[in-house]
Design a protein around this ligand. Structure first.
Ligand SMILES: *[C@@H]1O[C@H](CO)[C@@H](O)[C@H](O)[C@H]1NC(C)=O
Ligand SMILES: *[C@@H]1O[C@H](CO)[C@@H](O)[C@H](O)[C@H]1NC(C)=O
Ligand SMILES: *[C@@H]1O[C@H](CO)[C@@H](O)[C@H](O)[C@H]1NC(C)=O
Ligand SMILES: *[C@@H]1O[C@H](CO)[C@@H](O)[C@H](O)[C@H]1NC(C)=O
Length: 298
């Protein structure tokens, strides 16, 4: 690695807590925020009005929870807030993997846990686990991607699990999936490890090669069959592409070639977009793409 790359890496790493927090907050809040802008039910906001189908139960948004339609929630800043944050602690949530339990791993400061996103033109309602569970009643929400998505998944699970009594919730590990089930709501929050979204030789959730990467840019079916019918899908992929300027991949034939990363990424997203076209029912399902995951080595 050149010195320039190293210093860039350091800068990226020092930005990481903020970037991760922004993903966590915006990613999870977005679902709710979109719905809060209207008097209409959350469910119709998320799914569109079903045609000729039985209507899903509406969720009432109380007036104090609504945010101004004109407010751009993506313009704002991070403010330090030790009164309303954090939403959970490592001790309060039994579902975190060792990789993200910073305090238990010996991190001395805890300042990083208190950042809250403050839009310029309005205030965000505090995250309400019960409201999210009401939105998710009878539904599956799945995060697909790399370890940043696992962080999203675990964070969301930690944010809702405290309101669910023991014995009414469970976490199953079925690699490459993790499934958090909430019995009373007949709902699940799930995670699916697919660091390139398309198929690759790094698709085992724990036994994956990090240095040798080989991506099948035109293949997605093995993963896709596990995503079919999921009510809300949240995709993300970036950092696994960025190891080197080129990446070994196959496309249209079994021959391995080195591709420019940008070319490979574009082809993979095309494959993904075609899968969406043929497999997603926009009347019933909602798809989010979270763009680039930040480097998160520290
Ligand atoms: C929401 O409800 C209020 C009060 O009933 C009404 O004045 C307003 O126009 C509604 N807004 C939308 C977007 O329907
Ligand atoms: C929040 O931080 C301020 C300033 O550091 C401190 O005085 C206060 O005790 C803290 N409050 C809580 C609830 O931790
Ligand atoms: C692609 O694979 C070849 C053969 O294994 C290897 O020599 C080369 O370093 C790989 N390229 C990249 C970008 O990893
Ligand atoms: C890869 O990128 C380099 C630098 O931008 C460019 O010169 C080259 O033509 C690209 N190769 C392919 C196959 O797109």
């Amino acid at each position: 690695m050149t010195r320039q790359q190293l210093s860039l890496d350091r800068r990226i790493q020092s930005l990481f807590p903020v970037a991760l927090a922004s993903l966590l907050v915006l990613g999870t809040a977005r679902l709710v925020l979109d719905a809060l802008k209207s008097n209409d039910s959350f469910v119709f906001q998320l799914y569109g009005r079903p045609r000729g189908q039985q209507q899903r139960p509406a969720v009432v948004v109380s007036p104090e929870d609504r945010i101004d339609e004109s407010c751009n929630v993506f313009e704002g800043k991070w403010v330090w807030d030790n009164v309303s944050h954090p939403h959970y602690t490592e001790e309060s949530c039994p579902y975190l993997v060792k990789q993200v339990t910073c305090q238990r791993n010996g991190r001395p400061d805890s300042y990083y846990k208190n950042w809250r996103w403050q839009p310029n033109d309005c205030n965000l309602p505090r995250f309400d686990p019960l409201k999210l569970m009401q939105i998710l009643r009878g539904k599956r929400l799945m995060f697909v991607g790399d370890s940043v998505q696992r962080g999203q998944f675990e964070s969301l699970v930690c944010m809702v699990q405290s309101i669910i009594p023991q014995g009414k919730k469970s976490l199953q590990r079925v690699p490459p999936r993790k499934i958090f089930k909430v019995e009373e709501f007949d709902a699940s929050i799930e995670y699916y490890w697919a660091p390139f979204i398309v198929e690759s030789i790094s698709d085992h959730a724990t036994k994956h090669t990090v240095l040798k990467r080989l991506v099948k840019l035109d293949s997605i079916a093995k993963h896709g069959k596990h995503w079919e019918g999921v009510d809300i899908l949240v995709f993300e992929s970036y950092v696994w592409w960025m190891h080197k300027p080129t990446i070994n991949a196959t496309y249209g034939s079994p021959d391995v070639q080195e591709y420019n990363v940008t070319t490979a990424y574009r082809l993979a997203l095309q494959t993904w977009a075609e899968w969406l076209e043929s497999s997603i029912n926009p009347e019933r399902q909602k798809v989010f793409f979270m763009s680039m995951s930040p480097t998160h080595l520290w």
